[in-house]
Each structure stands twice: as structure tokens, then as C-alpha cells.
Design a protein around this ligand. Sequence first.
Ligand code: AMP
Length: 428
Amino acid sequence: MASSNVQAPKGTVDMLPATARVWEHLQRVAQKMFSLYGYEPVYTPIFEHTDVFVRGIGEATDIVGKEMYTFLDKGNPPRSLTLRPEGTASIVRAALEHGLTANGQGAKLYYAGPMFRYERPQAGRQRQFWQIGVEALGMAEASADAEVIALLVRFFEATGIPHDRMRLLINSMGDDVCRPDYRAKIAAYIHAHASVLCEECGRRAETNPLRAFDCKNPGCHSVMASAPLLRDELCDECATHYGAVKAYLDHLGIAYEEDPSLVRGLDYYTRTVFEVQASGLGAQNAIGGGGRYDRLMEQYGGAPTPGLGWAVGFERILLALKAAGIEVPVRPVAEVFVARAVPEVAGDAFLITDSLRRAGVAAEIDHQARSLKSQFKSADRLGARFVVVVGPDEIATGQVTVRDMTAGTESRVEIRDLDTTIIDRLRG
Ligand code: AMP
């Protein structure tokens, strides 16, 4: 590369056609799946008032504390805006602003788009990455938790990630009744073990003690393994809810593992949290996760409104598929290549191509005056199943030569029957 200022910024990637086509395929898989579960699309701005994330995600989280892309706009006075680091805060803000859950009605929404976090880039961790996610608002029952989790698992299955390469972890984080006491207990536990915990975990005792469970430091990990578990201290209502979620999952035959140390990094979670991990991904093995956030709407000044959802990372789905050796089926760029033998028939070839396209066939034609041989090469590169050869003889007889690139056979087809013949051979 000639100079560094023509490279994409660190932690970002250009999604070139080969990957972008897989991404579109996965979006179609997601959309189909979401529509089966009653979700509708929603698109929110890529930036929000910074406060939306600070209030929603929580000041003591890594995201708000260290990872946000925050900037002042050109207003007078300037406003603090932030590129969205995740989707839930924006969706809940939008739902409240537009009354989507007014009068207790529910809303099932999905989104897809880029997210921004200033993290240390590594395999499966970028500064701009793509998420697809769902949010189910207004639903308090445990069946909603099970449905949302089922959708996550079914979506991953539909992408092609093999069942046996995924683990679904679940936990309950309690609520305002039982969590404060537990937090205090963990803070005390951290203080009692401060000499053997890392400095960051020491600070967490004050800010966000439960995050100590997530510390990657092996010493902290083993100390936290003996810490009291919230599972044993849930209030009756949370315990009942958690039990019901598990019963529904059992009922659906969805396998899960209870992980009492699963806390996830955002402050807004209450009760059910879950994560799907895939094998073969190294440290960044969480391909998707989410949970319930029954107090989030209130934090924005709305009426108490339960909610839950999940987000999956597109790049990590790709890594999981690659690790499992799964090829994602994408349609070829061209189904048919219309090759012209000589320049004189360019107009006829163009018309034949146009007719195929209007009939719904992906048809490509050369615009670079290439030789017939090169046109066949292009056809191959684009994945075309058929090459239609147009020459003076073909125009004179009204029949073109159709070469089946897979079978290696050739036939003559009346030009007026070409569209239907190609469609029959392609789709039949
Ligand atoms: P989170 O919003 O942190 O719960 O993340 C949800 C999902 O988004 C994760 O399971 C990952 O698949 C993906 N993800 C989160 N952060 C990143 C990142 N920095 N780079 C790539 N994918 C990410």
C-alpha cells in the first residue's frame, strides 16, 4: 500500500463482494426466521445522544467507560453524540419516543447494522462490526424468554453452524429485589480477596462488582470460582421465573447449560441472561447473547415496560462457519452469460440479455470487447451455468447455441423460446 492514509482504519474491515454476498445471504436467513416469530424491522440512527448509552448501558461498564466513539457536533452549543456501540439502547429509546409500547402493547423488533466500540482488535473483535438483533418489548412472561432464546438457537442452526459446535449458556441475574444484596456480598468478597485479585477487579468492587466474574486474569478467575453465586440468592419471584424459563426450554427440547458466573457486560440486564458460544473461535467464542432488561425503559423516563433481546455478531458467525468447514451457499453472480461471437451482433446479444433479465434470470454480457474465449472465462468466473453464444449464423437462423457449463453439453434453442427454456433448465 502506497501510504497509510489510504488504508481502512485499524479495527475495521472492507466487506468485499465475496463476504458481502454471504452477509446478504445471512440477512435473508435472519429475516425469514424473524418473520416466523413475528418480528418487524426497525432502523434507528447510527449515532445517538451520548446520554442514551450512558444511561442505558451504565457508566461503570467497559463500553461506556472505555469504548465509545463520542464526538461533539457542530451545533451551538455543540451536542455530545456517540456512534452506537450496540443496538438495544437505541431501540428502546425509539420505542419510547414513538410510543410503540404505549398502553401495554407489545412490540417485536429486529435490526441489523454496524456497531462501534474502541476495543483492542483481534480475531473476531473489531472496532466496527455488524450485529443482527431482536428486541421483544412489553412481555414479562417466562415463555417470552424461552421464545427469544429459541429464536437465537434456531437462527444459528439456519445459518448452517452445526448443532454440536454450539453451547447455549443461561443464567439469572436477579432483579432490584435480590441483586443489590448480592452485589454487596460480591463487593465484600472482592475486598476480602483483594490481595490476590488484579487491580481492575479491586476497583470493580466499587463500580461493578459482578464484572469480576468476567475477568480474563486466571488468578481472578479461580478466586471468583469460589465466590457466592446469585443463583443461590435469587428472590422467590426471580427463582420462579428462572425455573419457568428452563422448563419451557426443556419443553422445546433446547439444550442449555447453566452458567452461574455468566453476567454479561451491560448494566441493564435483569433476570435471564444467555450466550451462545461456538467451538474453534479462540478467546472471542461468544457468537451471540442477550437477556432481559425489565428496567431499561424506566431509565429513559418511560413507564415500567419489560423487555428482552439478543444480538449476534456477523463476523463471528462467519468465523464459526469457517471453523466448522461449512461453505455458505450464495447464488452465482450470473446464471447465464450471453457471449457474442463478433462485434456485429452486439445489439442482438444485448437484447437477448435484456429479455433474460426481464424474465428474472441473472444474465451477464461483456462490455469490454473481449474474445469469445475470454467471455467463456468470465462466464466461468461468475459461476454462470449456461453460456448463450450469439453469432451471425445464430441471428440468421433464429437459434442460439446454449452451452451447459456443468454438463459440458450444447444445444440449439429458438431465440423466442430462450427465456422459458433457460428458466426450465435452471429451476427445473
Ligand atoms: P454484546 O453486545 O457485547 O452482547 O455482543 C453481542 C455479540 O456481538 C457478541 O456475541 C459478538 O458476536 C458480537 N460482538 C461484540 N463485540 C464485538 C466486536 N468488537 N467485534 C466483533 N463482534 C463483536
